[in-house]
Every structure is written in structure tokens, then in C-alpha cells.
Design a protein around this ligand. Structure first.
Ligand code: AMP
Length: 573
């Protein structure tokens, strides 16, 4: 069984392909969205999802979120006394989703299609594949998120001819793809994006704005709990503005209270620099696809941040029409991953569907350009595969050493569109030894092969000797070696994971702890009593009592969480 997984910056989802179409699988709490958050309990047990998200506020030093942003880098994230790499934290999310699917399907799940932002680099993609390995999942295919969204959207239209654009703004990344659907062939014409632009950036700017407007002392930026609480409040207000005209952000510190009213105009003003950055990738994708907006039949929105009315208005202005609204932007990517799983499993219902994708960025090497006789200008980027080439693609170019009797040729591999290599992303360095011969005889064929997963292989052949170096990209600290992966797999397997059966009550307790820290005075005291009593009921392990106590405890937390709450309810008996 192959599953489809959307491993998101903010939320992750898992789906399967069934005869009737793709289906999302809920987690142990019954939700299809699992927050991409990980937390360690005091005894080192791992919590994933909503409970971990609650603990971001109550136990910020033991909890992590938004780590997808660091995939492919060598950043470590410390939870308590333990360091984790981003792919390890992602692996814990994947493991939790895998268990949810296994519980729902009643069979082991060992293979997955995992989606990645189209604009993810080689190192980020490799890290995602490693995250799968660490979770005990073979990643059958890395699928670009907008391509997945297009598959989910296009699967019902496969008999027709249509041209559409996917505008995918998630928690941390932005991707645009332009697609053509014709006689069952779905072709990505062009993709563009920004790996560091998403809903979380709107929150960061609004947090800055709050510090200024509510005159919050700058020293509170160092208070992790305050910052987490403020972040959660801003997130809530940002979401509320998708439904109502204004929202209040209110946070208290030890000795004072701070608040600010946010409305649509305020949000648009504070986030203007981000809204401006959404234009460039759209324009580039349209230009690369040689299309004008009038030639598009539809705009498909994906990613939770496209729920923001400011974003929808911007899209409407850019294209002169409103985007499709019958698609759930949170779910469309995971559903598309499940369609791809169906294609992989060669499901009969999908026989006539063919999908082609592109490399969204150019790939090449650093070269020197001859200016005059013996003069060179160094550091130029020479693309070997141009962006938006249909994948898989393999291209070769020949290079010569610039100095006579040069013994080594260094091949620095880059990704990007800038003229100078240093302004692009360095993917890795390779060095090959040249034969002892005059420079003109030392031609080296450099072959780039970019596969359907968006992973790059580089091969260099010395023409004179026909010696081929199958070169592995090394020197990228963001990519783990096979040995390191094996070691980390062992270490992760040794971690204790909270049992699924207890997750619901564990999540309630995590939420109660978070609320306890937010409240003060008698309210806090009374909540403390409730928590103690609920813990006692759980300790007794009498399922019937737990079954009645848990909903009552949850209803009470709902009241504490609501702004209307004035008088504390009676404690549980
Ligand atoms: P994703 O990575 O697709 O799960 O997108 C998550 C992002 O969407 C986060 O930054 C959320 O704040 C944002 N988001 C989700 N729902 C809403 C909503 N109703 N209004 C505004 N932003 C939302």
C-alpha cells in the first residue's frame, strides 16, 4: 500500500487512493490536519501534533514547530537535553501519520509519495527523503506540491481540455505552477516560487507590528513563553480576519497587559512587503509558459494561507477574476499525493492519466569567461539544465581547464537564475583529476541528470581517457551520509512515543497546562483543581469514568478558552 503525504510547514496530512477516489485519513483525535509540531515530555516521551502545539506555549524549550524551514541545512534544534536535525523532527511527524494510516487501514504502510514545495532545492529534497527513511517509509516519489494540487483538481476533468494556474501559499513556502490538461495528459508548463514566503511570515510581521503599536518593551522578545503566546494570539487574529472585519490581540506579561486591534486594512499595510513578493513568481511562471492571464481557464488555490482575504483579493487583481472556491486549500495537496499513489499502484481508474513535471530552477556550474588573451572573469554561472525543462532531463556540456597543465578541475554546482554563481544556491562541489596533457585536449563532459523527484546527479567524463566519474555531490552539510542516516535511525527508534490510544487525553492535558499558564488569580487556581482531578481519573485507568470525565473536562476547557468566560465552573467530582 502506498500512501500520499503532505508534509507541511504548519500541518501535515496523509491520504490513500481508493476505488472511489482519494481519501484523507484522520489522526487519533479524529482530525485530518496534524500540526507539524513535536514536543518531548518530562520523561523524554515524544508527543506529535496538537498536544505538541499546545506545549509550544507551556514548554517552549521542549517543543518545536516550523522546522520544515530548516530542511536541507545543518541546523540543530534543541528539545530539552537532546539535539534534533530538521529531518529527524520531520521523521517523527511522518511516523505518527504512518501509525494513523496503519490503524485506519489495518495493514502495514511502508511506502509513500511525499510532497515538497516545487522550489525545494536538492538538499531540501534529499533531507525530505531521509526523513521518510528515518520514519521507516520508503519514499516512492517526491512530488511537487502544486503538481499534487493540480492532480487533485484535474482528476475530475481528465476528459476535458483546460489550462490553469496553481497558487500555493502554505505556512512557509510559496509555489506557482501553470498547467495544461489535454487528452488525459497533465503537463506542468512552468513553475516558480519562493522558499521563504508563507503564512508564518505574515505572523512574524504582525508580531513586529504588535511590539510597536502596543508599546511592548523589546526585552520581552527574549521571553520564549511570551513570544509563543503572542505568536498564537497573532495567528488566531490572522485567521479570525478571514471571517470577520477585526480581531483583538491581547497578551499579558508578568506585570502588564498589552493589546492591539487588527483589521483588514492594518493587516494589508503591515504585510505589504510580503504581498508584493507574491507577484514576481506569478509573473515569471506566466512568462515562462508564454501565457497571458486571459488564456487561463481557472486559478486553483492551495495552502492554508490562501484563505486570507488579502491574498484572495491580490489574486483576483492579478488575474482579473476570482479563483476557484470549491477546493479545500488545506487538503488538496495531500489528496493529489494520494492520486499519485494510485497512479504508482497502476489503479485501473487512472490508466489514461499521464503527468509531466518540470525543473522549476536552472542548474549549472561556476565558470570563468575569457576577456582577452590571458584575462578571465571568474565566478559566472553557466546553466546546464535551464529552468522549466521537462523532467526527467539529462543534458551535457563540455568544459576545458583555463590554465595549461592544470591538474584538477573543480566543479561547483549551483541552482538559480542569477548571472553570478555566488548569488545562486551552492548545491555541492566536486573535484576531478585531469590527465597530463595540453588544456585543449583536456575537455570534460559534464552531464546533469535531473529525475522526476527533482534530485540531481552529476557525472563528468574526461574526453581524452573516456574515464567517467560518477560523482556524488558532497560537501553539503545539510545532507546526511548513509552511515549517519543509519545511526540516527537507531537513535530515533529508541525514543519512546506516546501511545495513540492516550493521545486524546494527553492533548487535553497539554491544552489545560497551556491555559493554566495564561490565566491568573482565582481562575488559574480553579483550573489547577480541575487538572488535578482529571489526572486522578486518568491514573485510576477506569475506562468508563474516563469516558465521561474527558468530554466534561474538554467542555470546561472550551469555556476557559473562550473570551466570554467570567465565572469558573464547578470542579469535576
Ligand atoms: P499549510 O502549510 O498549507 O498548512 O498552511 C498553513 C498556513 O495557512 C499557516 O500559516 C496558517 O496560518 C495559514 N492559515 C490556515 N488557515 C487560515 C485561515 N483560515 N486564515 C488565514 N490563514 C490561515
Amino acid at each position: 500500500m502506498i500512501v500520499g503525504i503532505d508534509l507541511g510547514t504548519t500541518n501535515s496530512l496523509i491520504a490513500v487512493w481508493e476505488a472511489s477516489g482519494p481519501r484523507l485519513i484522520p489522526n487519533s483525535l479524529g482530525d485530518v490536519l496534524t500540526p507539524s509540531c513535536v514536543s518531548l515530555d518530562k520523561d523524554g516521551t515524544v508527543l506529535v501534533g496538537r498536544a505538541a502545539r499546545e506545549r509550544l506555549q507551556s514548554h517552549p524549550d521542549m517543543s518545536a514547530a516550523v522546522f520544515k524551514r530548516f530542511m536541507g541545512s545543518d541546523k540543530v534544534i534543541r528539545l530539552g537535553k537532546r539535539d534534533f536535525r530538521p529531518e529527524e523532527l520531520s521523521a517523527l511527524i511522518l511516523r505518527s501519520l504512518k501509525e494513523d494510516a496503519e490503524a485506519a487501514l489495518g495493514q502495514p504502510v511502508t511506502e509513500a509519495i511525499v510532497t515538497v514545495p516545487a522550489y525545494f532545492s536538492d538538499a531540501q529534497r534529499k533531507a525530505t527523503r531521509v526523513a521518510g527513511q528515518l520514519a521507516g517509509l520508503k519514499v516512492e516519489r517526491l512530488l511537487n506540491e502544486p503538481t499534487a494540487a493540480a492532480l487533485a483538481y484535474g482528476i475530475h476533468l481528465r476528459g476535458s481540455e483546460t489550462r490553469f494556474l496553481v497558487f500555493d501559499l502554505g505556512g512557509g513556502t510559496f509555489d506557482v505552477s501553470v498547467l495544461d490538461l489535454f487528452e488525459g495528459v497533465m503537463e506542468v508548463r512552468a513553475s516558480a516560487g519562493d522558499n521563504f514566503l508563507g503564512g508564518e511570515d505574515f505572523v512574524s510581521l504582525l508580531v513586529e507590528q504588535f511590539f510597536e503599536s502596543a508599546k511592548v518593551p523589546a526585552r520581552l522578545k527574549k521571553d520564549a513563553q511570551f513570544m509563543q503566546r503572542l505568536g498564537a494570539q497573532v495567528e488566531g487574529a490572522k485567521r479570525a480576519l478571514s471571517e470577520m472585519p477585526s480581531a483583538t490581540i491581547h497578551v499579558s506579561a508578568a506585570d502588564s497587559d498589552f493589546s492591539m486591534v487588527l483589521d483588514e486594512a492594518g493587516l494589508e499595510r503591515a504585510c505589504a512587503p510580503l504581498l508584493a513578493r507574491l507577484r514576481e513568481p506569478v509573473e515569471r511562471a506566466m512568462r515562462d509558459a508564454s501565457l497571458s492571464s486571459a488564456e487561463l481557464d481557472n486559478i486553483v488555490l492551495a495552502g492554508g494561507a490562501t484563505r486570507m482575504p488579502v491574498v484572495r483579493r491580490l489574486v483576483a487583481r492579478m488575474f482579473g477574476r476570482f479563483p476557484a472556491t470549491d477546493i479545500n486549500p488545506d487538503e488538496v495537496v495531500a489528496l493529489g499525493a494520494a492520486v499519485q499513489a494510485g497512479l504508482k499502484m497502476k489503479d485501473k481508474a487512472l490508466e489514461e492519466v499521464v503527468m509531466t513535471d518540470v525543473a522549476p530552477y536552472s542548474l549549472g556550474i561556476e565558470t570563468s569567461k575569457q576577456l582577452g588573451n590571458d584575462q578571465y572573469s571568474n565566478g559566472h554561472f553557466d546553466p546546464i539544465i535551464e529552468r522549466n525543462a521537462i523532467v526527467p532531463v539529462s543534458r551535457v556540456k563540455t568544459y576545458h581547464p583555463i590554465r595549461e597543465h592544470q591538474r584538477f578541475l573543480e566543479i561547483n554546482v549551483f541552482q538559480g537564475e542569477a548571472r553570478m554563481a555566488k548569488d545562486n544556491i551552492l548545491l555541492g562541489k566536486l573535484e576531478i583529476e585531469l590527465p597530463r596533457a595540453p588544456g585543449v585536449e583536456c575537455g570534460v563532459d559534464v552531464r546533469f541528470t535531473y529525475d522526476v523527484n527533482g534530485l540531481l546527479e552529476v557525472e563528468a567524463t574526461i574526453q581524452k581517457t573516456q574515464q567517467t566519474h560518477a560523482l556524488h555531490i558532497t560537501g553539503n552539510p545539510g545532507v546526511l551520509t548513509e552511515d549517519e542516516i543509519a545511526q540516527r535511525f537507531e537513535a530515533l527508534s529508541a525514543l519512546k512515543i506516546h501511545p495513540r490510544a492516550q493521545m486524546e487525553n494527553r492533548t487535553l492535558l497539554a491544552r489545560a497546562e497551556r491555559l493554566y499558564q495564561q490565566l491568573r488569580g482565582p481562575l488559574r487556581e480553579s483550573l489547577g483543581d480541575h487538572i488535578m482531578r482529571f489526572e486522578r481519573v486518568l491514573d485510576e485507568q477506569e475506562l468508563r469514568r474516563i469516558a465521561t470525565a474527558a468530554p466534561a473536562f474538554e467542555a470546561m476547557l472550551d469555556e476557559y478558552d473562550s473570551e466570554k468566560f467570567i465565572n469558573p465552573p464547578e470542579p469535576l467530582r
